[in-house]
Design a protein around this ligand. Structure first.
Ligand code: NAD
Length: 232
């Protein structure tokens, strides 16, 4: 049985990914700022390398070396660019980009040792065309797409694939919070989505389940949009 780590696993997409990988027969540990009741849920801030390394140590002790990493922890932020305080800009970059840096670096030694690994980074469909009032978030997520491609080239020879999944509009607490604050009109988004529905966390989990499978071993450095056909 392979061991997987899912960041942001306490809510929304990360939670659905963790549930799906477990159903597919993996040992799954989650890393999140918020605790859950799950036996393999670890509380850590992905921006803090000390906390990530400590959690990874505990995960390895319980579940063995990590073969799969899905980076789903994320933080959205809405503000006109000229009004963003630098601290806020930095926090958004820290969670969405530097968190991926820390978690990937922390699990790579296990994957290199095994000669096998799967990494999936959850970016965002907003990277296709930009999104007003979300410049920090879109900048970070665009960097995650670029990082994904570079890592695929560096670690392909080690049997490690690295792909990104940019979700469209997915019904999670993050999305509903954006709607409540008036930054998103869900009904309007559905009408402009070719498949005419909002995405479910399970839609993203299904793509991740495929990308981390044995049979996806020839797919790396790819950005696999899961967005109902709406590339914005
Ligand atoms: P969510 O808010 O439901 O879940 C995000 C999780 O990340 C939360 O449990 C939160 O506690 C955790 N998290 C945040 N900061 C963290 C940190 N510093 N350390 C550890 N954990 C942290 O949101 P979601 O919609 O499920 O988002 C999951 C991912 O998908 C995010 O990366 C998000 O940017 C991305 N995404 C979501 C949508 C969407 O429509 N929901 C669209 C595009 C991209």
């Amino acid at each position: 049985m392979k061991s997987a780590v899912v960041t942001g696993g306490a809510s929304g997409i990360g939670l659905a990914v963790a549930q799906r990988l477990r159903a597919d027969g993996m040992h799954v540990a989650t890393l999140d700022l918020n605790p859950t009741d799950d036996e393999f849920a670890f509380t850590a801030d992905v921006t803090d390398r000390g906390q990530v390394d400590e959690a990874l140590g505990a995960i390895r002790a319980k579940l063995g070396p990590v073969a799969v990493l899905v980076n789903a922890a994320g933080l959205e932020s809405f503000k006109r660019f000229s009004e963003i305080e630098f601290d806020r800009w930095q926090r958004v970059i820290d969670v969405n980009l530097n968190g991926v840096f820390h978690c990937v670096q922390a699990v790579l030694p296990d994957m290199i040792e095994a000669g096998w690994g799967r990494i999936v980074n959850i970016s965002s469909s907003s990277t296709h065309s930009g999104q007003p009032f979300m410049s920090a978030y879109v900048a970070a997520k665009s960097a995650v797409n670029g990082l994904t491609k570079s890592l695929a080239l560096e670690y392909g020879p080690h049997g490690i694939t690295v792909n990104a999944v940019p979700p469209g509009f997915i019904d999670t607490p993050m999305l509903r919070k954006s709607e409540e604050r008036g930054y998103l009109a869900v009904q309007q988004s559905i009408e402009s989505t070719p498949v005419r529905r909002i995405g479910r966390p399970e839609d993203i989990a299904a793509a991740c389940a495929f990308l981390v499978s044995e049979e996806a071993g020839y797919i790396t450095g790819q950005i696999l949009g899961v967005n109902g056909g709406r590339n914005t």
